[in-house]
Design a protein around this ligand. Structure first.
Ligand SMILES: [Zn+2]
Length: 405
């Protein structure tokens, strides 16, 4: 007696499946039906499957999540080539299924993102509003208390909580000189009322103002609380997690309080030496994000989230750990572990297919200092809600891979 093969919409066959949420690292097939993960097994019979993707020799992971992007392209100016990318450039066309825009817009202009950008993107677009009410449309976004509108911020989060997940505050000059820690306190007051979490940018890349270093300890231990996020964990700027080259004790204290630590690679918010100092202290970041902008996508040093993952691997962090840092942990931060960030049957079929390529790759920080690695992560395909999405050509003349020696 034979049983009829199950009819699936899509099967991804023969890949190395890495699903940290379920402690899976094995060669398996993944079946998708109605936009959901239907089965994760060996040897799925595909004779009744509508579409089969052969992932032999490739890596299959939960859809990658970029927790820090600037993807409100088109909202600020008719052309945003100077700053922001469109959601799909940071997202599905780079192999990434979910992105969080981190404060590109504020309470008074996030409507464009919610009403026009998010519905038209193939990428799952979520956002934090900037504590500055106009976002980064008019830098610096916080010059005085007049740039913060708490009531409007609470109102917009409550009106679109499925997209707006909280508030972003950058601890940079002049906001920190004008307001000090009253700026992140205002962000906390908003999420305390409206829900969501606060993400703070540490490290005063604007002015390297010593005030930043005075504010960070209190910020970490007395203002941020469980579920909040510190971005630029591996920064060496004044006010980062390093003081005189050593990790400040408040970082560990904040972590034990449930605060998360994100990388936010970006440009001047990352250096190999500060990264090594933080990691050598035994302090591994929780998530890897790109902080991608139009500039850093085209001219570097960001290029893509997958390149940021490769860059972090040069610090001795394993490929398997980097996958956790862009899947299950960011999903947990977003409160979406039941929907995305894993390949558990029944969850949303957001899937990334990657290639781990061998070579002599070189990665640069903004200062020009570089590090070398024998591996690079290359995107192959993003699947959003069960639907394969085409990649674009990539940020370099030769495509997605980093520079080779
Ligand atoms: Zn940023």
């Amino acid at each position: 007696m034979t049983t009829e093969p199950t009819t699936y919409d899509l099967v991804i066959s023969g890949g190395r499946v890495i699903d940290p949420a379920n402690s899976i690292d094995a060669q398996l097939d993944i079946a998708v039906s109605n936009g959901k993960i239907a089965a994760v097994e060996t040897g799925i019979n595909t004779s009744a499957t509508k579409r089969v993707v052969d992932a032999s020799g490739l890596i299959v992971t939960p859809g990658l999540i970029d927790l820090h992007t600037h993807a409100a392209g088109g909202i600020r100016k008719p052309s945003n080539d100077d700053f922001m990318v469109s959601p799909d450039v940071a997202g599905v066309t780079a192999g990434i299924t979910t992105i969080l825009d981190a404060g590109s817009t504020g309470a008074l202009n996030v409507g464009g993102l919610v009403n026009y950008l998010a519905p038209s993107a193939s990428t799952r677009l979520l956002a934090l509003i900037n504590i500055g009410k106009m976002g980064v449309a008019n830098l610096p976004e916080v010059k005085s208390i007049d740039d913060i509108d708490q009531a409007a911020s609470i109102e917009v989060i409550q009106s679109a909580p499925e997209i707006i997940r909280g508030v972003k505050a950058r601890m940079v000059t002049p906001g920190i000189t004008a307001l000090g820690n009253d700026m992140p306190r205002a962000a906390k007051a908003i999420t305390d009322e409206a829900g969501g979490f606060v993400m703070v940018h540490v490290g005063d890349i604007v002015a390297q103002n010593p005030v930043a270093a005075d504010l960070t300890p209190t910020l970490l231990t007395d203002i941020l609380s469980k579920g909040d996020v510190v971005t630029h964990t591996l920064s060496g700027a004044v006010g980062s997690l390093l003081a005189d080259g050593s990790l400040i004790s408040q970082a560990q204290e904040a972590r034990s309080n449930g605060v998360y630590f994100d990388v936010g690679v970006g440009g001047r918010n990352f250096s190999f030496s500060s990264a090594q100092a933080v990691i050598d202290s035994g302090f591994l970041p929780d998530t890897i994000s790109s902080d991608i902008t139009a500039m850093s996508r085209h001219a570097g040093p960001v290029f893509s989230l997958t390149e940021c993952m490769s860059k972090i691997m040069t610090l001795g962090i394993s490929f398997e750990d980097t996958i956790r840092m862009v899947t299950s942990t960011p999903a947990e931060i977003l409160g979406m572990s039941n929907e995305i960030g894993s390949l558990s049957p029944g969850s949303i079929a957001d899937i990334s297919i990657l290639d781990l390529v061998e070579g002599e790759f070189r990665f640069h920080e903004a200062s020009g200092i570089s590090a070398q690695s024998s591996q690079a992560v290359k995107p192959v395909l993003a699947i959003r809600d069960g639907v394969p999405q085409p990649l674009d050509y990539g940020p370099r003349p030769w495509g997605w891979l980093p520079t080779q020696d």
